[in-house]
Design a protein. Structure first.
Ligand SMILES: Cc1cc2nc3c(=O)[nH]c(=O)nc-3n(C[C@H](O)[C@H](O)[C@H](O)COP(=O)(O)OP(=O)(O)OC[C@H]3O[C@@H](n4cnc5c(N)ncnc54)[C@H](O)[C@@H]3O)c2cc1C
Ligand SMILES: Cc1cc2nc3c(=O)[nH]c(=O)nc-3n(C[C@H](O)[C@H](O)[C@H](O)COP(=O)(O)OP(=O)(O)OC[C@H]3O[C@@H](n4cnc5c(N)ncnc54)[C@H](O)[C@@H]3O)c2cc1C
Ligand SMILES: Cc1cc2nc3c(=O)[nH]c(=O)nc-3n(C[C@H](O)[C@H](O)[C@H](O)COP(=O)(O)O)c2cc1C
Ligand SMILES: Cc1cc2nc3c(=O)[nH]c(=O)nc-3n(C[C@H](O)[C@H](O)[C@H](O)COP(=O)(O)O)c2cc1C
Ligand code: FES
Ligand code: FES
Lengths: 262, 304, 304, 262
C-alpha cells in the first residue's frame, strides 16, 4: 500500500530569473525525486499546478513559465515566502542504453536538465538539443553547457541552428545511433517529432501534459488513451503513445470537454 | 465465488467503481471495467460545469478531501463516454445530479437513452450550494427526486445519500417507498483542511468532501443502520456500501453490515491501477480461508 | 504568549481536557491540570450508570471508537472528584447530560455548588438512546436545555454539539440566543467497527462514537461554519474547538478556523501522559517561528 | 508519536488446562512483548478483558482464571477458535540487580513466569516463591521447577510451606539480600506484603489490577493515585505505590463508584 504523502509547506530559499518569462524557484524538501517526476505546487489562495522538478538534490527546484494567473503568482513570490507542495508524483524517465539524445523545447527543459545530469553521472553519452523561439528564451543553457554535448536551436536563428529543435535532432539521429530519445516540449512539437521517431524506428520517452486536478490518480482529468498522465506518466514510451488517439489532437478542460492543444 | 446480482444487474464481483473516480473519460473507465463488477459514471448535470478551481483534491493524512464541484461536461456531451465506458464489458451506472426534482427524470432518461444499465441519483453532493446537501437531507425531497427518475426510465434507479445527516433511515425508507431499486451510502462527509503556515483553507472552495480510510467507520455504521431498519421493515432492496473501502476486508465488513455490493473510490490513490483486482483477490482469499463458498453468504451476517 | 480568557475563565494555555477523557477520577485530572488551561469532567447525570460492557473503547487505524455509554457515578457522588480535580489549579468545567430539559438546570446547579468554574452541556452523546443525539439535534431542544442551565447558575454555560447533523449553525445560534457563554464543537461521530473474522460488531454496544485524527477535517469544518455564521451575525461568544487535535499545528488550525480555545481527548492515546505539555510546546514554537506574539492573534485568521 | 496498534484477531493454537479453574490459551502474534505487559482480549460477542502475557515467545499465551462470564467464555474456546487482541500494553517489569525474589499468589504467576525465564537467561539468580490455596491450584509449577530455585507455599499445607507465600518470602528476605522483589497476586496479599517490604527497606516491583475499559490511557477507569494502571503500570515501584491512597483499600466499578477489593 502506498503511504499517504500529505500536503506540506516549504519556504522559498532562492528565486532565479532565467529569462523574462521564466523563473526558477528553489526550496528545501527532504524527499527523493527522480527526473521526470512532478510536484503539485500550491500558491496559497491562488491556484495549485503541476510543476516538474528541475532540481532534485536536497534543495529542490521548479522552473516556471509565466502563462496565466497561477504561474504569475509564482513569479511574484519572494525568498522566504511559503508555497504548498505535494508529491513527487508520476513515473520518472528511465535511463537506458549508453548513448542517448535529449530534446527540449522551451521551458520543458525543466524535467530534462536533471535527467541529463543523472545520465552523465552514470557515465552515459548524452547529446542534448535545446530549442527556443529566440536566444532570449533559452533556459538552462549555462547549466547544460558544462555537463553535456549541448546543441542549440532557435526558431529565429538568433543562436545556434536556425529552425526547430526537432529538425536539428533529426540530423543527429541520421548521423548517430541513439539507444533512447528523451523529449519534452509543446505537444504539437512532440506530435511531429513522434512521426519522425516512429519512421526511424527508435525508442522514445516523451513527457506529456494534461490538465490535472488531483495529481494522484483519482479524478481522471489527466486521462489520455487508457492512461493517466499523473499516475502512468508523465513520461510515456512509444508503445504507450501509440495507444493515445488524442495525442497531438485535443486535450480536455476543467469540465472534461474536449479542447484544442495550447 | 465473487459473482452477484444487484437489482437485476449481473456483476462478476461485488466491486463497483464509485462516482467521480477516474470517470472523467470513458476510456479510463473501460480499463477499470475489466476488473470491476460495475462502473458508476461521474455525476452529470444538465449543463457543463467547470467546477471549482485547484486545489480541488488534496490527500490528507487519513483520507482525501475534494471539492471538484460537480465538474462535468453536461449531459448533452456524455453519450460518447457511456459508449466508451461500456466497452469494458461491465454494467455502467449513470450518475446524475440536479437542482430541481424534474431534472432527475430528464437526466435519467438521457442516461438510459445513451445505454446506461442503471441510474444513480446523487442526492448528496455536499459542496455545491443549492444542490446536493439541501436536496438530499429531507425524506420528502428524496421521494420527489426518486419518483421523477423512476417514472422516466425502465432501468433500475439507485438513490445515493449524504452522511451529513441524522436521519439516514428515513431517507432510505423514502427511497424504497418511491420504488428505488436500491440505495447507496455514503457520499463524502463535509470537511476542510486549513494550512497553518499560510493561515488559510487549502481547497479553492474552502470546504469539501472527505473520503477514504478515515470515513470507513462512519459509512459502516450508516449501512448497518439502514440494513437493520430494512430487516425490521422487511424491505428487500439492496444496499450498496461505499466509504473508505481500501482492502478486501473492508469490503467484507460492509457486506457483513448489510451491503449487497460495494463501491470503491479513494482506494485508487492508495493502491493504484489494479485496485479492483487486488481487492477482489483479497475477498476471494478471505472467503476461502473462512469457509464461505460465495460472497453472497456474508451479506448481513453482522446484523443482530 | 499562550494564556487566554474564555467567558471570563483565565486559562494559562488554550488547551482544555475534553470530556470523558481521563476524568473518571479527580486525582488523574489534577495531574493533567498542571499542564492544561482547563479541564472538563466526564458527563455526569442524575443517576449512576455502569455504561456499556467491554469492548467499550477500541483503537482503530485512524481514530478511536468508544461506546462508554455515559458511564458515571451519578451527580450525588461527584462532589469529591470536582474538589480533587481543582487541586491542579486549572479551572474545572463540569459536563452534564440529561434526558429532560429541566435536568440540565438541576445538574448545572449541583456542579456550581461543588465548585465547578463553568458547566458544559453534553447535547450530543450519540450512543445512548433517548439522550444525546435526539436531544441535541434540534434547535428548539438546544434552546430549552441551555435556558434551563443558564437560569439555574451564575457560572458560564457552554453548549457542546453533535457533528451528526446538517444544521450546526442553527444549533449554535439557538445556544447563543439562550445566553450560552460559548459553544463547543464537536462531539464524536457515530461510527462502528465490524470484525470480519468474527463476523460481528466489535463494540459491546455495536455502534459508538468516533474520535481522533480521522475526524479533524470534519471538526474543523463545523467550527469554521459556526465561526463564519457568528462573524456575519456579529455574535461574540467564543467557540471551543474539539475533534482530532493531536499536535500543536492541529490546535492552531482550529483556532484559525475561529476557535478561541480547543479541547484535547483521543490524543492522550497517541502521545501519552504529557500530551498537553507537548502540544503547548508545539503551539509556542509555531507562534515564535511565524512571528505571532500571542496565541490570541491566530483566532479566526482563516476566515474570509 | 505512538503508532496505532489496531485490533486484530488470532486463531487459538493450543489450550492447556492448568487446573480446574485455570487454562492457558496460546496463539501466534508476531509482536514483541515484555514480561508484565498485558493484552486486551476480546471474546467475540461476550467481553473484552485485560490478560497478562504468560508466554512471550513467538507463540504467545495468556493464562486465564475462570471467575465470571468473560473468563468462562475464554475457557470454553477451542483450538481454531478466534479471539481478538490488542496490545501489548503497559509498562513491563524491569530486571535489575543480580539476585531477585519473585512472589506469585495464584494465577498471578502468569506475568512472573516469563519474567523468571528472562532473568535466568540474563544470568540472574532467581528465587521464586509460588503460592496457592492448595496444591491443586498451583500453576506453572513444572514450568518453573526446571528454571529457577522454586519454593512452594499452600494455605492448607497440601504442598510445600504451610501458610501464605508472603510469609515464606519474608523468611527468604531475612536470610538473603535481594536486589529487587517482584510480586503479583491478590491486592490484599500485596498490601500486606508491601508493609513487610517497606519495613525491611527493600525495593519492589508489584503488578496491580484495576478495572479497565480502554487499556490505552483514555478512559481513566484504571486510575490509582496519580497513575493509570494501563499506561503507567501495571508494574509499579515502592515509590509509586506510596502515592496510592486507595492501594489495598478500594477499587472502582464500571460506573466509577468506589467498591471493595475482590
Ligand atoms: C506533468 C506536468 C508538468 C509540468 N511542468 C511544468 C514546468 O516544469 N514548468 C512550467 O512552467 N509548467 C509546467 N507545467 C504546466 C503548468 O502546470 C501550467 O502551465 C500551469 O498550470 C498554468 O497555470 P496558470 O494559472 O498560470 O495558467 P492558466 O491561465 O490557468 O492556464 C493556462 C494553460 O495552462 C494549462 N494548465 C492550467 N492549469 C493546469 C493544470 N492544473 N494542469 C495542467 N495544465 C494546466 C492549460 O493548458 C491552460 O490552458 C506542467 C504540466 C504538467 C501536466
Ligand atoms: C493488567 C491486568 C492483567 C490481568 N491479567 C490476568 C491474567 O493473566 N489472568 C487472569 O485470569 N486474569 C487477569 N486479570 C484479571 C481479569 O482481567 C479479570 O479476572 C477478568 O476481566 C474477569 O472477567 P469476567 O467477565 O470473567 O468476570 P466478571 O464477572 O465480569 O468480573 C469479576 C471481577 O473481575 C474483575 N474484572 C472484570 N472485568 C475487568 C476488566 N475489564 N478489567 C479489570 N478487571 C476486571 C473485577 O474485579 C470484577 O469484579 C488481569 C487484570 C489486569 C488489570
Ligand atoms: C475526487 C472525488 C470526486 C467525487 N465525485 C463524486 C460525484 O461526482 N458524484 C458522487 O455521487 N460522488 C462523488 N464522490 C464520492 C464518491 O463516489 C464516494 O461516495 C466517496 O468518495 C466515498 O468513497 P471512498 O472513500 O471509497 O472514496 C467523489 C469522491 C472523490 C474523492
Ligand atoms: C472514551 C471517550 C469518552 C468520551 N466521553 C464523553 C462524555 O462523557 N461527554 C462528552 O461530552 N464527550 C465525550 N467524549 C467526546 C470527547 O469529549 C470529544 O468531543 C471527542 O472525543 C472528539 O475529540 P478528540 O478527537 O480529541 O477525542 C468522549 C470521547 C472518548 C474517546
Ligand atoms: S490529475 Fe486526477 S487522475 Fe490525474
Ligand atoms: S483502562 Fe482506560 S485509562 Fe486505563
Amino acid at each position: 500500500m502506498r503511504s499517504p504523502e500529505p500536503f506540506r509547506t516549504v519556504k522559498i530559499t532562492q528565486v532565479v530569473e532565467e529569462n523574462s518569462l521564466v523563473k526558477t524557484i528553489r526550496f528545501q524538501d527532504d524527499v527523493d525525486v527522480e527526473p521526470g517526476q512532478f510536484y503539485m505546487v500550491w500558491v496559497p489562495g491562488v491556484d495549485e499546478m503541476p510543476m516538474s522538478a528541475s532540481y532534485i538534490g536536497k534543495e529542490k527546484g521548479i522552473t516556471v513559465h509565466r502563462i496565466g494567473e497561477g504561474t504569475e503568482a509564482l513569479h511574484n513570490m519572494k525568498v522566504g515566502d511559503i508555497i504548498g507542495i505535494r508529491g513527487p508524483y508520476g513515473r520518472p524517465y528511465s535511463l537506458e542504453g549508453k548513448k542517448v539524445l535529449m530534446v527540449a523545447g522551451g521551458t520543458a527543459v525543466a524535467s530534462l536538465a536533471p535527467l541529463a545530469e543523472k545520465a552523465v553521472d552514470k557515465g552515459m553519452d548524452v547529446v542534448f538539443a535545446l530549442g527556443a523561439r529566440d536566444r532570449g528564451k533559452l533556459v538552462f543553457q549555462k547549466r547544460l553547457e558544462n555537463t553535456v554535448e549541448l546543441h542549440i536551436a532557435t526558431d529565429d536563428g538568433s543562436e545556434g541552428y536556425h529552425g526547430f529543435v526537432t529538425e536539428l535532432s533529426r540530423e543527429f539521429m541520421k548521423k548517430g545511433n541513439f539507444d533512447m530519445i528523451y523529449a519534452c516540449g509543446p505537444e504539437i512539437m512532440l506530435y511531429n517529432f513522434f512521426k519522425t521517431t516512429q519512421e526511424m524506428g527508435v525508442r522514445v520517452q516523451f513527457s506529456l501534459e494534461r490538465y490535472m486536478k488531483c495529481g494522484i490518480g483519482l479524478c481522471g482529468s489527466c486521462a489520455i488513451g487508457p492512461y493517466l498522465v499523473c499516475r502512468d506518466g508523465p513520461v510515456f514510451t512509444e508503445k504507450e503513445i501509440e495507444k493515445m488517439p488524442e495525442f497531438g489532437r485535443y486535450m480536455r478542460d476543467a469540465a472534461g470537454r474536449k479542447t484544442g492543444l495550447k | 465465488m465473487l459473482d452477484t446480482i444487484i437489482a437485476g444487474l449481473k456483476l462478476k464481483n461485488p466491486l463497483i467503481l464509485a462516482s467521480g473516480i477516474l470517470d472523467e473519460v470513458g476510456s479510463t473507465m473501460s480499463e477499470i471495467a475489466v476488473q470491476a463488477g460495475a462502473l458508476v459514471t461521474k455525476s452529470v448535470g444538465k449543463e457543463a460545469r467547470e467546477g471549482y478551481g485547484n486545489p480541488a483534491v488534496v490527500p490528507l493524512e487519513h483520507g482525501i478531501l475534494n471539492a471538484v464541484g460537480l465538474a462535468n461536461p453536461g449531459i448533452e456531451n456524455y453519450a460518447e463516454e457511456i459508449k466508451e465506458a461500456k466497452k469494458g464489458g461491465a454494467p455502467v451506472i449513470g450518475s446524475v445530479f440536479s437542482s430541481d426534482f424534474e431534472g432527475f427524470g430528464y437526466l435519467a432518461g438521457k442516461m438510459e437513452e445513451y445505454g446506461a444499465d442503471a441510474v444513480e441519483l446523487n442526492l448528496s453532493c455536499p459542496h455545491v450550494k443549492g444542490y446536493g446537501m439541501e436536496m438530499g437531507s429531507r425524506p420528502e425531497d428524496v421521494k420527489r427526486s426518486v419518483e421523477s427518475a423512476v417514472s422516466s426510465v425502465k432501468i433500475p434507479v439507485f438513490a445515493k445519500f449524504t452522511p451529513n445527516t441524522h436521519n439516514i433511515s428515513s431517507l432510505a425508507m423514502a427511497a424504497y417507498e418511491s420504488n428505488a431499486s436500491g440505495v447507496v451510502a455514503i457520499n463524502t462527509l463535509k470537511g476542510m483542511a486549513i494550512n497553518a503556515d499560510a493561515g488559510m483553507p487549502v481547497l479553492a472552495n474552502k470546504v469539501g468532501g472527505y473520503s477514504g480510510p478515515a470515513i470507513k467507520p462512519i459509512g459502516l455504521r450508516l449501512v448497518y443502520e439502514i440494513a437493520t431498519m430494512f430487516k425490521i421493515e422487511k424491505v428487500k432492496i439492496p444496499i450498496i456500501g461505499v466509504g473508505g473501502i481500501t482492502t478486501g476486508t473492508d469490503a467484507i465488513e460492509y457486506m457483513m453490515a448489510g451491503a449487497s455490493a460495494v463501491q470503491v473510490g479513494s482506494a485508487f490513490y492508495y493502491r493504484g491501477k489494479d485496485t479492483m483486482e487486488l481487492i477482489a483477490g483479497e475477498i476471494e482469499n478471505f472467503l476461502k480461508e473462512s469457509g464461505y463458498s460465495s460472497v453472497r453468504e456474508v451479506i448481513g451476517v453482522a446484523l443482530s
